[in-house]
Design a protein around this ligand. Structure first.
Ligand SMILES: *Cc1c(COP(=O)(O)O)cnc(C)c1O
Length: 813
């Protein structure tokens, strides 16, 4: 992109208030944290649900950003930068994308549908890239913000665009159509559910079809509802499994592959794809239809379809060997996604040392020299300790880059000792598919068994925002990450939340807080069970104690005195009815005496904990606790003449007693996706999914027994699968013996026989599965809540019992 400020004033429909009307703009940003922000950035200050881009403008000006699209100029910023003033910054971003899109004339494919959009987009990119310079949406950028950002990635060298569009509300597609301006449409599928935000399924389909208003052709599976809603002057090119469509497909499957027989009116051919599941087959057919439409030969279609691969859309964070952390982005290497990956690396502060392993980059749309100059500039902005380039082009192009090591092929790198020298660092692995960087990931990844607890960091943020929506905007939030983040990994969660305006983190013990500090977390941290022996360390690491007794307070004051501390923040815990820790009513006077005129500590907050905020029958009891809290805390405040934060609500407190939010709440279990009633659960997203794989499958004859103590005897022929997960991983033994189930390929498989220490058996009779297939122990089904109910326990216990030997894998969409 290369535009000047004065040309974009009208494109944004803006009023200009600035210092220099003809500056060069060569990139657009909406994220204040992006390291690509510089003097040629046009920054759009968007109003999010929880963020307001305007807040970061002063900081960005200090970092050298000079061009801002705003609704108003923040105080003190006038005259220091160029401002484009508009009524609505999101609309301005969209208008800008429309303006920019019109500059380019080449065919664009637009994809929408209920599922499969991103996979079809990635596959089309793979299938067509030998013949076109393609620009495509990065990752799943398909929203009202993602689509404009995708389109702004176009440059002069591109000659084909592939963009996906997703909507959640009526009226949104018109905008996306205007921004994408597609010539070829692909409708992946229309789903069966009628979605939230739309009054009927028909309304949703009607809205989706608006994307295809002006296309030359719409490619989709033949569908009567679509046909009836589509304007008659839109030409379609359809396929179906039965006759009646333009192309008829029949399938046959064997050992992991599907053979498609493709019949057209005049001829027919066969092609194989390396998948058997229905959604992949459908996505592959839709992709093939585009090739057919574009006039590809049958032999080329056949050759390329055989190379389809599973699409991994997420940047995955994995534990590596020698204490490394690996960010795995081994399936794509375009310039747009390199920017995203580098920003992700930057935000990942586990290790000071950072290595980037990068292959030759394809399809950037830039000339080779220009591209690698841009790449070198990107890399140098990110404090990267070393860059390992693999491929002949990058080896040559970055030869002069400091700390650059080059190899011609992936095999050459893996054979070299360099690969084993990586230690205690974060390693970003990013390469084009043809370089097979998955082999580097496999080499560097810590070898553990196949059982993993996957943590969806987007879901954490979603759940936080749900609870925020129940609170007043000014109410502070403390997030409880005790017990290793309820089993989910406290550091990664603290990290994921560090840009979400969380005011405090709560841990149980000092060492948990120290670990967070060592990992670079700077958010204030309260230690709920501070032990006297840890007081000195707490002061050294800036950890704030919960004070629950006079004895503890005296001990802490002594340490504060010895260390010459003054006004050290402490948090007073009142026992209003839980009867666990805290000052009781008759101890308040002593507390006041100790605190009055004491300069070593300062009361940062006063709080109490509800014992039964989730139990409707004890509503009155809870109101009594709240009343006690009100009176006792008011007494302390008056006697000490202080103005502390007050807080009493935990997750179910927020949900059931929002009137008592005071100045802060303490969010725990809800963040991890567990709510206490059905409506609350529907607003939350699943955070943790415990997965394993099938180790072995065997057939069992009637009369034979399964597992220890012969507690299950087959009364008919059954097929069982053995899974490498047992009670030592934290699966309760009580979940075995026909009580619990796991999910395999979408079907329930009952746990059969006794659960052993490291293994268990499940009944897979009638389930289409093979050894190596993925198994969900809990997640969407069963949910932890469902498991807990059947086992007579609570979700907290199940989550925190998952053993530390189970690898945690964190991902972001
Ligand atoms: C664990 C804990 C919370 C959070 O409780 P949830 O029910 O998980 O929301 C809040 N306050 C205190 C003192 C806690 O120990």
């Amino acid at each position: 992109m290369s535009l000047t400020t004065h040309t974009i004033i009208p494109a944004l429909h803006s009023r200009f208030d600035g210092i220099q009307p003809d500056m060069e703009i060569d990139n657009v940003s909406i994220d204040s944290r992006s390291l690509q922000n510089n003097s040629t950035t046009l920054f759009f200050a968007l109003h999010g649900q929880n963020h307001d881009g305007h807040q970061y403008i002063t900081e960005l000006i200090n970092k050298g950003v000079l061009n801002f699209v705003v609704t108003q100029i923040p105080a003190g910023a006038k005259g220091k930068a160029n401002f484009f003033i508009v009524d609505d910054t999101l609309k301005a971003l969209q208008d800008f994308a429309i303006y920019y899109r019109v500059i380019f004339q080449f065919p664009v494919i637009a994809i929408t549908g209920s599922s499969g959009k991103t996979i079809v987009k990635e596959w089309l990119n793979y299938l067509l890239s030998p013949d076109y310079n393609i620009v495509r949406s990065p990752k799943s950028y398909n929203s009202q913000i993602g689509v404009p950002l995708s389109v702004i990635g176009i440059n002069q060298k591109h000659n084909l665009g592939i963009f996906e569009a997703g909507i959640s509300l009526p009226g949104e597609m018109d905008k996306l159509e205007a921004i994408i301006q597609p010539e070829i449409g692909v409708l992946t599928n229309i789903g069966s559910a009628h979605d939230e935000g739309f009054s009927s399924r028909e309304e949703k389909i009607r809205e989706k079809l608006k994307l295809f208003r002006n296309v030359k052709v719409l490619i989709c599976q033949k569908n009567d509802v679509v046909a009836s809603l589509l304007s008659p002057d839109i030409k379609t090119y359809t396929w179906d499994y039965t006759t009646g469509a333009d192309v008829t497909i029949t399938t046959s499957q064997k050992q992991g592959t599907t053979t498609l027989t493709v019949k057209q009116p005049k001829d027919s051919f066969e092609a194989e794809i390396p998948f058997t599941d229905a959604p992949s087959v459908e996505n592959a057919i839709n992709s093939m239809m585009v090739m057919l439409y574009l006039g590809y030969s049958h032999s080329l279609i056949k050759e390329r379809l055989a190379g389809l691969y599973p699409v991994e859309l997420r940047l995955q964070v994995k534990n590596g060997i020698n204490g490394c952390t690996i960010i795995d982005d081994s399936f794509s290497s375009d310039y747009q996604s390199l920017k995203i990956a580098l920003d992700f690396l930057e935000q990942h502060k586990t290790h000071a040392k950072k290595t980037v392993i990068l292959s030759d980059i394809f399809q950037s749309g830039f000339e080779t020299d220009e591209l690698y100059a841009k790449v070198a500039k990107l890399l140098s902005g990110h404090n990267i300790s070393q860059v390992i380039g693999i491929g002949e082009t990058i080896s040559k192009q970055l030869a002069d880059y400091p700390n650059f090591f080059s190899y011609n092929t992936t095999q050459e790198f893996l054979a070299h000792s360099k690969a084993t020298t990586l230690e205690n660092e974060t390693v970003l692995i990013k390469g084009a598919r043809s370089f097979r960087f998955d082999e580097i990931v496999a080499f560097l990844e810590e070898k553990t068994h196949e059982t993993v607890l996957e943590i969806n960091l987007n879901a954490i943020v979603h759940n936080l925002n749900f609870y925020k929506s129940l609170l007043k905007p000014e109410t502070k939030i403390m997030v409880m990450v005790k017990a290793f983040g309820y089993g989910s990994g406290s550091y990664e969660i603290a990290k994921a939340l560090s840009h979400q305006k969380v005011d405090y983190l709560g841990v149980a013990f000092a060492d948990e807080g120290i670990a967070l500090r060592n990992a670079g977390i700077t958010t204030p941290i309260i230690v709920m069970n501070p032990e006297h022996s840890a007081f000195a360390a707490m002061a050294a690491y800036n950890l704030e104690p919960e004070i629950y007794s006079a004895k503890e307070l005296k001990a802490f004051i002594t340490v504060a005195q010895q260390k010459n501390l003054s006004d050290y923040p402490i948090h007073i815990k009142l026992d209003t009815g839980m009867h666990r820790l805290g000052f009781m009513k008759n101890q308040l006077d002593e507390l006041i005496d100790l605190l009055r005129n004491n300069n070593f500590v300062s009361v940062k907050s006063i709080f109490s904990h509800l014992s039964s905020s989730d139990v409707p029958d004890y509503r009155d009891f809870t109101l009594g606790q709240i009343e006690n809290f009100e009176q006792w805390s008011s007494k302390l405040i008056a006697a000490l003449e202080i103005n502390p934060i007050r807080h009493i609500l935990n997750t179910s407190g927020i949900y059931n007693f929002p009137d008592s939010q005071y100045n802060m709440v303490r969010l725990g279990i809800g963040l991890y996706g567990v709510g206490n009633d059905e409506t609350e659960r529907q607003s939350l997203q699943t955070v943790g999914t415990l997965k394993t794989v099938i180790l072995q499958i065997k057939d069992i004859e009637p009369g034979e027994s399964i597992g220890y103590s012969r507690r299950f005897i087959a009364d008919e022929k059954i097929r069982i699968a053995t899974l490498p997960i047992g009670y030592a991983d934290g699966i309760p033994r009580a979940w075995g013996n026909q009580k619990g189930y796991v999910t395999i390929n979408g079907k329930k498989a009952t746990i059969t026989g006794t659960i052993s220490m490291d293994m268990m058996m499940v009944n897979v009779t009638g389930i289409d599965c093979t050894e190596g297939d993925r198994v969900v122990i809990f997640g969407e089904s069963p949910t932890v809540t469902e498991m807990a109910a059947l086992l007579g326990t609570i979700p907290y216990e199940i989550l925190t019992s998952i053993s530390q030997r189970v690898k945690r894998v964190f991902y972001k969409e």
